[in-house]
Design a protein around this ligand. Sequence first.
Ligand SMILES: Cc1ncc(COP(=O)(O)O)c(C=O)c1O
Length: 398
Amino acid sequence: MILSKRITAMQESPIRKLVPFAQAAKAQGKKVYHLNIGQPDIETPSSFMEAVKNFDEKVLSYALSQGSPELIDGIRQYYAKHGMNFENDEILITNGGSEAILFAIIAIADPGDEILVPEPFYTNYNGFSSAVNVNVSPITCKAEDGFHLPSKKAIEEVINTKTKAILLSNPGNPTGVVYTKEEIQMLAQLAKEYNLFIIADEVYREFVYDGLEFTSFGEIKEIEDRVIIVDSISKRYSACGARIGSIASKNKELMKQILKLCQGRLCVPTLEQVGAVELYKTSDTYFNAVNQEYDKRRKIVYEALQTMPGVLCKKPTGAFYVVAKLPVDDAEKFVVWLLSEFDVNGETVMMAPAEGFYATPGLGKDEARIAYILNEDDLTKAMEILKIALEKYPNKTI
Ligand SMILES: Cc1ncc(COP(=O)(O)O)c(C=O)c1O
């Protein structure tokens, strides 16, 4: 039997593909510190579980395709607090931010069209695009520049008649970059000049450090009909397993079309929406506490990386990731070695090799993404192990 070219061409998740090596390490009795995946260990606010426990309908029925009206209203109010004025029919509930990204791509691009994406990027941007025959055109950003955007002129060089949109995560996964107001305005200007949509994946909106100001595309009135905001409770409320996300846009015609996709997949789980309604009522003090925790972890990772000879990274300012250049020829081989041939007293670490976060062949080969999602003690230990590993690795380049 022959499978479709588009599914066989779709890339494997670079975050998950080395999992069998981690499983084998664990089967041998090794402890693996997972720095490879963005699964926070922060407790989900108990209001979610309480609401689910108190659900007392006799039938667990389908929810509305657009999402539960209470949840939509909760998200509308949340946006209003962040200076974005959506109406309830401008918000749709999706199965995680993941489905929101897929629906946005399907709604704005035809097969053969192109979407500009700053690289390194969240890998599903590439996976979902290629699954619907849309091409990702990378805008290359560099570790040396803290992964900030190149000039407007450099971006214009990648735009052509097939370009439909700019898709980006801000704060960035995998880079931890928080784009400046000027960068956001520059992209908004490009969207206007070249008639592009902006798919703004802002699932890490709250995770911004060093007192930096976060600018959402949803605040820029002049391009409001071009902006599609992707959101999720996965990271915001540490509720990855709930699979609740949303898509919001002032472009009512676009939302009307995306609703057809929502109707096709019937609905998002009813119970999880009941829990999510309560999460959106969480007070801001929750975010302050969570931010302080991530900030401590960020410092541990960044400061440890600075002590490792040949490692290069700028201090990340958002989300909970950092991409570091390592003194190795091939970060994927290094991670496989960490899992299969190395340990310090029965313990090792796992990271995500960064090559899969790039569309340009060959880029990111010597880079890895570290997610600082472990508690301070484990993270400190994991970074000590990484330092020893880099000293002992036989194929290091320095
Ligand atoms: C930038 C970004 N967008 C979207 C998602 C998807 O999240 P979910 O589908 O869990 O909402 C993730 C998950 O890691 C992410 O990092």
